[in-house]
Design a protein around this ligand. Structure first.
Ligand SMILES: [Zn+2]
Length: 346
C-alpha cells in the first residue's frame, strides 16, 4: 500500500512537471480533500488534466509531508519544508507549506523545475532596445535595477537570468533571499532568518562588506532595506531587487513611500523592468480545451515587458507636484494608454 502511494505521488509530480504546473494544491473541501494543479495560472482539478484512476488523497498528503520532512502528527500548526525530486531525467525542487483550516489540513507544494526554460537574457523575450538598456546598466558605475510585477509575473525568473549571465562572465554574485528559491552552484546565497535577526536589511548591510560584483536582495518591502539598497546603488554597487507593483511607475512611488530621499532615488535607481504574463490561447481549440492543450485551453504564457530607464525615472521624480497630488488615477490612465498601444501593435 505504502509503495503504491509513493508511486502515485511520483506520478502526480511527474504529471505536474509535464504539464508545466507551478503549484500543487491539496484542499480540504466539504466532500473531501481535493487535489488541483496550477497550470499557466489556472487552478485545475487533477482528474481534469490527467487520466489517473482512484486516488487516496489523504495518503498522498501524508506522503508529501514525509518527503518534505514535516511532522505527520502536527496538523494544528502551519509547517513548511522542501525536498528534491528525481525520477529518470525529471528533476525539480519542491517547497511545501501546510496550514490548518476548519475542515482539516491544506497544503500547497511549489514546483521549481531544475531546467528553467528562461536561463539566458536572450530567451526572456526582451526587445533589442531593452536588452541594450540592460547591457548599459551593467556597464555603468553602479545603481539599482528593479524587476517588478504582480505575484507570479515571473519577475524573479528575470532576475535570475540577469544574475546568471553576469555570473557566467566571472562576476561574484551574492544574494539575500527569503527563502532561496533556486540554488546555483556558483552563487553565494544567503537565506533570511528573522528569528536570529538576519533580515533583508541586516543581510544586505553585511553583504556590502563582501566585495560582490553583483548584489541581489529578494525583495524590498521595508524602509530599512530600501534605504540601504538605495545607498548601495549610490556607492558604486550593482544592486538587483524586486518590488511588488501593479505598474512600472508604482515601483518609484513605493520606494518613496519607504521614506527614500527623492534625489538619492533619482541618482541610484537606473532601471525598472516591469512585467506580466499573458496567456497564449491554444490555436487548436481557441481556449475551449482539447487534447493538444491537455484540456487547459492555453498552451503557455508569455512575458510582456515595460521598461523605465534612468531618464524616465528622473523625469518622473523631478515632477514639481508631489507624487501624492499627481494622483494615482492619472498614473493608471497613462499606463492604460500605453497598454492599448501595445496590444494594437501586436
Ligand atoms: Zn486546445
Amino acid at each position: 500500500m505504502d509503495g503504491e502511494i509513493s508511486e502515485q505521488v511520483d506520478q502526480i509530480i511527474m504529471a505536474a512537471l509535464t504539464l508545466g504546473a507551478s503549484d500543487l494544491h491539496l484542499d480540504p473541501f466539504a466532500e473531501g480533500l481535493g487535489i488541483r494543479l496550477r497550470i499557466h495560472g489556472r487552478l485545475l482539478p487533477l482528474d481534469q488534466v490527467t487520466a489517473f484512476p482512484f486516488f487516496a488523497e489523504q495518503s498522498a498528503l501524508a506522503r508529501l509531508k514525509v518527503l518534505a520532512k514535516l511532522s505527520l502528527a502536527e496538523r494544528r500548526r502551519p509547517q513548511d519544508g522542501q525536498f528534491h525530486f528525481l525520477y529518470g531525467s525529471a528533476e525539480c525542487d519542491l517547497r511545501m507549506a501546510t496550514m490548518p483550516t476548519i475542515r482539516g489540513e491544506r497544503a500547497v507544494v511549489r514546483i521549481l523545475p531544475k531546467e528553467n526554460p528562461w536561463q539566458s537574457i536572450a530567451s526572456l523575450g526582451l526587445s533589442k532596445v531593452m536588452e541594450e538598456e540592460v547591457k548599459q546598466f551593467f556597464a555603468g558605475a553602479g545603481g539599482m535595477l528593479i524587476t517588478a510585477g504582480k505575484v507570479g509575473s515571473g519577475k524573479s525568473t528575470t532576475l535570475y537570468a540577469l544574475m546568471r549571465e553576469r555570473n557566467l562572465l566571472g562576476e561574484s554574485v551574492l544574494t539575500i533571499e527569503d527563502p532561496v528559491e533556486r540554488k546555483l552552484d556558483t552563487f553565494s546565497q544567503v537565506e533570511v532568518d528573522e528569528k536570529i535577526g538576519l533580515t533583508f536589511a541586516e543581510g544586505l548591510r553585511s553583504a556590502l562588506r563582501q566585495d560582490p560584483d553583483l548584489l541581489m536582495v529578494g525583495e524590498i518591502r521595508d524602509e530599512l532595506t530600501a534605504q540601504i539598497a538605495v545607498r548601495a546603488g549610490l556607492t558604486g554597487h550593482h544592486l538587483l531587487s524586486t518590488v511588488h507593483a501593479d505598474t512600472p511607475f508604482q515601483v518609484i512611488t513605493r520606494l518613496l513611500e519607504f521614506g527614500v530621499e527623492r534625489s538619492y532615488l533619482a541618482e541610484s535607481l537606473k532601471l525598472i523592468i516591469w512585467q506580466r504574463l499573458v496567456p497564449l490561447v491554444c490555436v487548436d481549440c481557441h481556449g475551449k480545451g482539447c487534447t493538444t492543450c491537455h484540456h487547459v485551453g492555453i498552451i503557455g504564457r508569455q512575458a510582456e515587458f515595460r521598461m523605465l530607464g534612468a531618464s524616465e525615472i528622473q523625469q518622473f521624480l523631478h515632477i514639481k507636484t508631489p507624487v501624492s497630488e499627481y494622483g494615482v488615477k492619472g498614473l493608471n490612465m497613462f499606463v492604460a494608454e500605453k497598454d492599448e498601444i501595445t496590444s494594437e501593435a501586436t
